[in-house]
Design a binder for this molecule. Structure first.
Ligand code: C5P
Length: 413
């Protein structure tokens, strides 16, 4: 299965700091998404993680030494810095940030960072006082001005026992930043303040539902689940507690999201109701409109009694049920409208019929390749008007939508 990172090459520079252990998880996540990861470790990083563990996870040689004859013969350090699609520095220590800002090149990591012509994303991690020091703030401003992407640090308790900004962003957040970059978005420039859904619960339905005819047959549709899964990943990246209620799909679970697998519309409704209250509920699932009224407990045999007489019954409308709930109605209820004609007019009537706050409408005519494809053109239809976006990658649509939803509900008091 293809992902945004399939075939992409990431050069991961692991700086010295206790957060280096989290870069092992980052490697695992990148590899899971089919990226090639090559790692450089600074001398200090070797105090926290071993070359062997990094090599085992990347499946590649780990580079540590600027003046290694063997390394230069195999892959010169200039080539190392040029052959990657993106350089990620995680953790970026105060020392590494200072070297980068000054353009120093006195070890393999700093030389590579200076020699590269590729984008760089750093995930700083250090003691809160080091982070707040004017020198680090100056270096940060210089790096941002140089076009370096920054993710984190987050607020929290630190290994040294102090509290404040300085914790490295979680591997799932760094991954989301990397994916957004490869999906065509800008590199993130974010600290803890840009996680506006921290403390919020986001509930998302995704995928198709399977409505059984008998134990081996079912009614289904072509939904891939991609848009819903991308939304879950974007919600995690913005700090939300994210619950993904998903029909059967062939997609990896977005890291950091809580997955609740279901098959039928009835199960989906029951699971969604059990997960309320939530702050935002997004209904991206392509729920089957009908189920077989009385599915057979045994496989229906071909032949003897002619064609099976399948009676259909209407499925519950999950979006409408939740949007109309007296108690536990989420603050923001979002529906999707997949249409093949009169996209905006149909979305407007759906907004009223379902009682939700927002409809994300898209054209799923076969020639648009939206169903099962990786790109989408959406229109945001609300009581106050229609906002149409250009065609974007589904990951980028998800990222922008989730930021829009976060703005709509405001920050937590
Ligand atoms: O009515 P239609 O299927 O076009 O509406 C689409 C919106 O309603 C989507 O957000 C979909 O997830 C939701 N829906 C639902 N339960 C259904 C049918 C649709 O939640 N039974």
């Amino acid at each position: 299965m293809m992902t945004t990172l399939s075939g992409k090459s990431v050069l991961l520079i692991i700086g010295g700091g206790i957060a280096a252990y989290k870069s092992l998880e980052l490697i695992r996540l990148l590899k899971q998404r089919q990226a090639k990861v090559t790692a450089i470790m600074t001398k200090a990083a070797g105090q926290f993680v071993t070359e062997l563990s990094v090599a085992s996870l990347t499946g590649e040689k780990v580079y540590t030494d600027l003046f290694s004859l063997t390394d230069e013969v195999e892959m010169g350090h200039i080539e190392l810095s040029r052959s990657a699609d993106l350089l990620v520095v995680a953790p970026a220590s105060a020392d590494l940030m200072a070297k980068m800002a000054q353009g120093l090149a006195n070890d393999l990591a700093s030389t590579t960072l200076l020699a590269t012509d590729k984008k760089i994303l750093i995930a700083p991690a250090m003691n809160v006082r080091m982070w707040r020091h004017p020198a680090t703030m100056r270096n940060l401003a210089t790096l941002k001005a140089d076009g370096v992407g920054v993710i984190g640090p987050n607020d929290g308790e630190m290994a040294c026992g102090e509290y404040g900004p300085g914790r490295m962003a979680e591997p799932t957040e760094i991954l989301a930043g990397i994916e957004a970059h490869f999906a065509g978005g800008a590199l993130p420039l974010m600290g803890a303040a840009s996680r506006p859904l921290t403390g919020r619960k986001v509930l998302i339905t995704a995928g198709p539902t399977h409505e059984p005819i008998d134990p081996v047959r079912y009614i289904a549709n072509r939904s891939s689940g991609r848009q819903g899964y991308a939304l879950a990943q974007a919600a995690v990246a913005l700090g939300a507690e994210t619950v993904l209620v998903s029909g059967p799909v062939h997609l990896p679970i977005p890291p950091g999201a809580q997955m609740m697998p279901v098959e039928t519309a009835a199960e989906m409704l029951k699971t969604v109701e059990a997960e309320l209250p939530a702050d935002i509920a997004i209904f991206a699932a392509a729920v089957a409109d009908w189920r077989v009224a009385s599915a057979s407990g045994q496989k229906i045999k071909k032949g003897s009694s002619g064609l099976p007489d399948l009676k259909l019954a209407e499925n519950p409308d999950i979006l409408k049920t939740v949007a109309g709930a007296k108690a536990k109605r989420p603050k923001l209820v979002v529906g999707f409208a997949a249409e093949t004609e009169n996209v905006i007019a149909n979305a407007k009537s759906k907004l009223a019929k379902k009682g939700c706050d927002l409809i994300i409408a898209n054209d799923v005519s076969a020639d648009k390749g939206v169903m099962g494809g990786n790109r989408n053109t959406v229109h945001l239809v609300s009581a106050t008007g229609v906002e149409s976006w250009p065609e974007l990658d589904k990951q980028e649509v998800a990222r922008r939508l989730m930021e829009d939803f976060a703005r709509r509900i405001g920050t937590k008091a």
